[in-house]
Design a protein around this ligand. Structure first.
Ligand code: CTP
Ligand code: ZN
Length: 160
């Protein structure tokens, strides 16, 4: 068992897998949703803990799964501050500080129903980042801009 800080939240270290730290408070479940975690993984969720940098944060620990690049990119859309730690034999072997991708292909839908991406199955949606704070992405086909709320809505389903 590991003592995280003086206010005493005890969380086990994991042997192998991924620790996603510095998730904005309340978005841990959305991160799990993005990762489409199959049944059977052992997962630890830590929500609303104090963070010096962020006020409050969430942490997700997934045993025996190393998050890949595509998944990491998706995570940044809802948790741009997240850090992804790859754990092997209890050691942090890789620490990825992630950046919102400049281009996102195939992950988000254009909100313009007339857009070719909503009418031609062969046209894969593609967005370019035009702003990070606030997050805004622009469809490369029709220039429709989607904001952070829309992105969250798409990733979270009906919840915001
Ligand atoms: N961690 C874990 N299991 C391990 C090793 C680390 O769950 N076997 C967790 C730590 O508790 C921490 C995160 O992975 O939440 C990153 O670990 P580490 O780099 O050791 O912590 P910090 O130095 O605090 O990382 P940072 O300041 O970069 O967030
Ligand atoms: Zn479009």
């Amino acid at each position: 068992m590991e003592t995280v800080n003086k206010k005493e939240l005890i969380v086990s270290k994991i042997k192998n897998g991924t620790v996603i730290d510095h998730i904005p408070a309340g978005r841990a479940l959305a991160v799990l949703r993005i990762l489409k975690i199959a049944e059977g993984y052992r997962i630890a969720l830590v929500m609303n803990v104090e963070s010096k940098k962020m006020g409050k944060k969430d942490i997700v620990k997934i045993e025996n799964k190393e998050v890949d690049e595509k998944e990491a990119n998706l995570i940044t859309l809802i948790a741009p501050t997240a850090t992804i730690n790859i754990i092997r034999d209890y050691e942090v072997v890789e620490k990825k500080k992630l950046k919102i991708p400049d281009v996102v292909k195939g992950l988000l839908k254009c909100t313009n129903l007339m857009c070719i991406t909503n009418n031609d199955v062969e046209a894969m949606p593609e967005f370019k980042k035009i702003s990070e704070k606030p997050l805004k992405m622009k469809c490369v086909y029709c220039d429709t801009v989607i904001d952070e709320n829309e992105i969250l809505k798409q990733i979270l389903g009906s919840k915001s």
